[in-house]
Ligand binder design. Structure first.
Ligand code: SF4
Ligand code: SF4
Length: 62
């Protein structure tokens, strides 16, 4: 069981808060937007959702 992580690139402002808060380094900033490059590592803690002021992140249990 795992989690799928998606970032709405239309909403993302590239602030990097999700990169800083994620304990397992799911996110990378690419071309000024956050990309969940390592979503298979996600623990489902939802810290990224809490810090994302753009409400760009969705984390779903698989
Ligand atoms: S916290 Fe939200 S707005 Fe900021 S880089 Fe991450 S997804 Fe984008
Ligand atoms: S839910 Fe937690 S582990 Fe998963 S991407 Fe967000 S901060 Fe990282």
């Amino acid at each position: 069981m795992g989690y799928s992580v998606t970032v709405d690139t239309d909403k993302c402002v590239g602030c990097g808060e999700c990169v800083d808060v994620c304990p397992v380094a799911v996110y990378e900033i690419k071309d000024g937007k956050s990309e969940p490059a390592n979503s298979e590592e996600c623990l489902g803690c939802e810290s990224c959702i809490e810090v994302c002021e753009a409400s760009a992140i969705v984390v779903e249990e698989n």
